[in-house]
Design a protein around this ligand. Structure first.
Ligand code: SAM
Length: 289
C-alpha cells in the first residue's frame, strides 16, 4: 500500500465501525476501543453519534459525513489520512454503507491506497435474517424498495422468479402498502416474516404467509410503528416442464413488455418461445396487472 502522492507507505487507516441498532450492549469492545483511539470520527449525524459516544465516555472529535457532503468530505478525509491520523466511519445505526452513507468515501480512500479496516457488528438485515425462520443459504439484500407503488411493483416483478430469500428494509408507514404489493406480485401464500424493533425493548417477530402478514398489518397498529425488516421467502423452483415453459415465457415477456405494447410483446414472445399466441397474451395480461 502506498500513498499515491508521495509513493511512501500510507500511514493513516480508515476504520468502518458498526454501532448498535437499538441496544447499546451490542457495541463491541473492539468498536469501542477503535472509536476511543481514532483521532476523528466521520459520522452520518454528529448529534446522534454524540449520544452514543457520551454513553461510553468517548471524547473523540466528530465530523459530519452524509449523502449531501460525502464527495467533498472524502477529499478532506484523505488529506487527514495523509497526515497519518486514523479515522473511524460510523452511521446512525448498524453497519455503515448498508443503506447508509459511506460508499463514495470507501471508493476514494481505497483508490488513494490507504488501508480500510472493518470493525463488524450489528446489522438489521443480518439480525432479522438470522431469526426469520426462512432459508439463509442464499439471500438477496434489496435495501429500501421504491416509495411509489408502481415502481415498487415493477421492482418486485423483477424479483418474483428469484429463488433466494429477500431481505427488505421498510419504513413502518409503508409496510402495509408494500405487503399489498408483495401479495399482488408474489401471491398470497409465500412465506415471510417481519422483524420489528430488533434488539430493542419491544422487539417482535411476525411469521406467516404474505397474506397473514398483510392481515396482521391491517389490524395491528404496532406494525406501523418502529423499525422494520421484511423477509420474503424465495420463489419455489418450477415443479414440471409446464412451469419451466411458463417461467421462460414470462422472462421473455418481461423484457418485451418494458419496450412494446402488450399485443405486440405477446405476439413476439410467442414466436420466440414457441408458446401459443393466446397463452402468451394471457401471461402478458397477467404480468402487466
Ligand atoms: N446500516 C443499518 C444496518 O446496518 O442495518 C441500516 C440503516 S437503514 C437507514 C435503516 C433501516 O434499517 C430501518 O428503516 C429498518 O428497515 C432497518 N432497521 C434498523 N434498525 C432496526 C431495528 N432495530 N429493527 C428492525 N429494523 C431495523
Amino acid at each position: 500500500m502506498t500513498n499515491e502522492r508521495t509513493g511512501l507507505p500510507a500511514s493513516g487507516k480508515l476504520y468502518v465501525v458498526a454501532t448498535p441498532i437499538g441496544n447499546l450492549g451490542d457495541l463491541s469492545a473492539r468498536a469501542r476501543d477503535t472509536l476511543a483511539s481514532c483521532s476523528l470520527i466521520a459520522a452520518e449525524d454528529t448529534r446522534h453519534t454524540g449520544v452514543l459516544l457520551k454513553a461510553f465516555g468517548i471524547a473523540t472529535p466528530q465530523l459530519s459525513l452524509h449523502d449531501h457532503n460525502e464527495a467533498r468530505r472524502a477529499i478532506e478525509i484523505i488529506a487527514r489520512l495523509r497526515e497519518g491520523i486514523s479515522i473511524a466511519l460510523v452511521s446512525d445505526a448498524g453497519t455503515p454503507l448498508i443503506s447508509d452513507p459511506g460508499f463514495e468515501l470507501i471508493r476514494q480512500v481505497a483508490a488513494a491506497g490507504f488501508d480500510i479496516i472493518a470493525v463488524p457488528g450489528p446489522c438489521a438485515a443480518i439480525a432479522a435474517l438470522s431469526i426469520a425462520g426462512l432459508p439463509t443459504d442464499r439471500f438477496c439484500f434489496e435495501g429500501f424498495l421504491p416509495a411509489r407503488s408502481a415502481a415498487r411493483r415493477q421492482r418486485l416483478r423483477s424479483l418474483a422468479p428469484d429463488a433466494r430469500t429477500l431481505v427488505i428494509y421498510e419504513s413502518p408507514h409503508r409496510v402495509r402498502d408494500t405487503l399489498e404489493d408483495c401479495v399482488a406480485v408474489f401471491g398470497e401464500s409465500r412465506a415471510a416474516a417481519i422483524v420489528r424493533e430488533a434488539t430493542k425493548l419491544h422487539e417482535t417477530t411476525y411469521r406467516g404467509s404474505l397474506e397473514e402478514l398483510l392481515l396482521q398489518s391491517q389490524s395491528n397498529p404496532d406494525l406501523s410503528r418502529g423499525e422494520i425488516v421484511l423477509i420474503v421467502g424465495g420463489a419455489q423452483s418450477p415443479a414440471c416442464d409446464t412451469d419451466l415453459e411458463t417461467a421462460g415465457l414470462d422472462n421473455v415477456l418481461k423484457v418485451l413488455l418494458a419496450e412494446l405494447p402488450l399485443k405486440q410483446a405477446a405476439h413476439l414472445a410467442a414466436q420466440i418461445t414457441g408458446a401459443r399466441d393466446n397463452e402468451a397474451y394471457k401471461r402478458a395480461l397477467f404480468l402487466k396487472q
